[in-house]
Design a protein around this ligand. Sequence first.
Ligand SMILES: CC(C)(COP(=O)(O)OP(=O)(O)OC[C@H]1O[C@@H](n2cnc3c(N)ncnc32)[C@H](O)[C@@H]1OP(=O)(O)O)[C@@H](O)C(=O)NCCC(=O)NCCS
Length: 251
Amino acid sequence: MAPKWRELADRLAAQIHRGDFATGQRLPHIRDLVAAGEGSKATVHAAYKALEAQGLVTSSRGHGTIVRPHGPARPIHLVGKQVVLREFTRDDVTDVLAIIGDDAVTTWLSFDSRDRVQAVAMIEGTLERARQEPRTEFYLGVTKRDDDRVIGFARIGLSGVQAGKLGYAITPKEWGRGYATDAAHALVTYAFRELGLHRVSAAIGPDNTASVAVVQQLGFTREGVLRDHVFTNGAWRDSVLFSVLADEWSW
Ligand SMILES: CC(C)(COP(=O)(O)OP(=O)(O)OC[C@H]1O[C@@H](n2cnc3c(N)ncnc32)[C@H](O)[C@@H]1OP(=O)(O)O)[C@@H](O)C(=O)NCCC(=O)NCCS
């Protein structure tokens, strides 16, 4: 059984995610939760410390425990023909793990398979970077239109002059249904239309036929080979570079 402070911390974290406590709002005073029977002073204190460690609250002497901004300032929600792209939430961990923890996926990516702790860190990292102004990373969860569970991700990271690098992955049991193509189309359209990009590129492993098919369907042009571009699965690997320019894009 989880210790009492952990149960309290988890319950409060869920309330913060649900929006029961707004950003900038103060959590109840420790003595009020003690009086409400939530546990001893030490229990409530430990729960608040755990929320602080998760980055959900900040506490300072005299000001109490205050809810931190925990999502992007302007959350993005893109609707494609088949999929929706949305900001990650901390509740997506299990679904994210089914993608980045699966060798069938990561064998094609530039990193090795990750465990649950690393999946949590990945989500925390995307949320942290999504809050930055100006925002330079658009790393979004892909869901089906009628189901909010994350089945993949699509990402554009800004680099260079009005340029972005595209990446994506879909959980293996959903491969071959057009989801990656639709997600990439929605994100690249957003990048050209809303972010004013001029160029989007994708660096793909030479043997990654499915990913090459995705960018080719979207009208990307093959530019050439990046030699020893990534170190993955214990070895250096080339990438084939594809790109599309704003005036070539079919909206
Ligand atoms: C690449 C990936 C995202 C594609 O996802 P998906 O949702 O299956 O993609 P789509 O269904 O939109 O399109 C896949 C295309 O590849 C084709 N394809 C799939 N597997 C293939 C294979 N083994 N050989 C040839 N073509 C293949 C499909 O037929 C389809 O093309 P079509 O629409 O012309 O028939 C998915 O395979 C994946 O997550 N791979 C691992 C991660 C990865 O490689 N990410 C990209 C890194 S650059």
